[in-house]
Design a protein around this ligand. Structure first.
Ligand SMILES: *Cc1c(COP(=O)(O)O)cnc(C)c1O
Length: 394
């Protein structure tokens, strides 16, 4: 059987898959099994933050793999402790953290911290978590219920946990709060929902209000975190101090890792939460290498430079192809072009793949760009050349 036949026979059909077989990559260029090259503007949905075939990451991983990969959280784990310190220092917040293996798991941890806070800090039980429409928080039974998209809450998987509700806008959150509300869970830029950033003042006002009510602000930075929007955290960019922050996608450069960090360091105690794999030698070594690369890129000003360059290219396209797009959205290297309708979006996605450019969609009609943070000017130029070709054929 060929790869496609194997996949179809033995892997459950939960994805609408493309069957190009990629075998290697260098930076933001990928090669398939007939050595055709593709420009990657998706970086594995924001995961390959330091590009493909990254030498420093590969070396760190292979050195670590030869020594020790895993021991369990019953022992102290040196790279775990060091990565925790590095993340907290880069964030600038007085927090401590827990290592999980994915975004959904990090959000599960966040919800558990909030629930225990609500159980132990007040006279009445507070357990309700408010999230926003068009949000995305994961695929476990709880995080899918926290996700503000009705299509995800099918009766196929019911019953779901209680205590989640969804609001249309930040403004609506205020009215939804009652004396059982323990937390508000938001993304600062809704990644899957359409790459639309919330206004800074609106978020700051909400943060202040929640603090005055002793309601926790949980920021899901699974996609926006780790320099994706230009600062280490989007929360830094928005100049807010959340109670809980979750990270995952870009942190391991492709190695599964998740983080839930909180300023409420006294809520969880021994036995409250755990993970067999979370924070093992391999994933935290990856995290250390990724943060080393990205913090240097940030300090040198090169990250900012590439972000501006990418945005200027995107703006040109938004202006030149007004008949296809209504606007340009996003922050940093988390960008989108809102297509006039989903039909146009479909054609753009198909044409781009034909031009050997990998892009993503978000929401119903947004072309989404999540390139590696180490992407070069040449790769950006080549990618947009292919994108324009794809657009000209719509
Ligand atoms: C991708 C994503 C998740 C889920 O992460 P997984 O690693 O797939 O579990 C959660 N929240 C946001 C904002 C995401 O973008």
């Amino acid at each position: 059987m060929n790869i496609e036949q194997l996949d179809k026979a033995f892997v459950l059909p939960t994805y609408a898959r493309n069957y190009t077989n990629f075998v290697r990559g260098v930076g933001s260029t990928l090669y398939d099994d007939s050595n055709q090259e593709y420009i990657d503007f998706a970086s594995g949905i924001g995961v390959n933050s330091v590009g493909h075939g990254n030498e420093a990451l590969a070396l760190a991983l292979s050195e670590q793999a030869k020594k020790i990969i895993h021991i369990s959280n019953l022992q102290v784990i040196e790279p775990q402790a060091k990565l925790a310190q590095k993340i907290v220092e880069l964030s600038g917040y007085d927090m401590a953290l827990f290592f999980a293996n994915s975004g959904a798991e990090a959000n599960e941890g966040a919800i558990k911290i909030a629930r225990k806070y609500g159980e132990t800090k007040f006279d009445n039980k507070r357990y309700k978590v408010i999230t926003l429409e068009h949000s995305f928080h994961g695929r476990t039974i709880t995080t899918v219920k926290a996700t503000g998209q009705e299509s995800f809450h099918t009766p196929n998987f019911s019953p779901y946990p209680d205590g989640f509700s969804y609001e249309k806008s930040i403004e609506d959150v205020y009215k939804a709060i009652d004396d059982e509300t323990v937390a508000v869970l938001i993304e600062l830029v809704q990644g899957e929902g359409g790459v639309e950033p919330f206004a800074k003042e609106e978020i700051q006002k909400l943060a202040t209000h929640l603090k005055s009510k002793d309601i926790l602000l949980i920021v899901d930075e699974v996609q926006t975190g780790v320099y994706r929007t230009g600062e280490f955290l989007a929360s830094n960019l928005y100049e807010i101090s959340p109670d809980i922050i979750t990270l995952a996608k870009g942190l391991g450069g492709g190695v599964p890792i998740g983080v839930v960090m909180t300023s409420h360091k006294d809520i969880l105690s021994a036995g409250d939460h755990g993970s067999t794999f979370g924070g093992n030698y391999l994933s935290t070594t990856a995290g250390l290498s990724v943060l080393d690369t990205l913090s240097n890129l940030y300090e040198s000003g090169k990250l900012q430079e590439m972000m501006l360059y990418f945005e200027s290219k995107l703006q040109e396209i938004a202006t030149d192809y007004k008949h296809l797009f209504s606007k340009e959205v996003g922050l940093g290297l988390m960008r989108g072009l809102r297509a006039k309708d989903s039909d146009i979006l479909g054609k753009i996605l198909t044409n781009s793949m034909n031009e050997r450019l990998i892009i993503l969609k978000a929401g119903r009609n947004t072309v989404r760009f999540l390139p590696s943070l180490t992407i070069s000017k040449e790769e950006i130029d080549e990618g947009f050349k292919r994108f324009e070709k794809a657009l000209s054929l719509v």
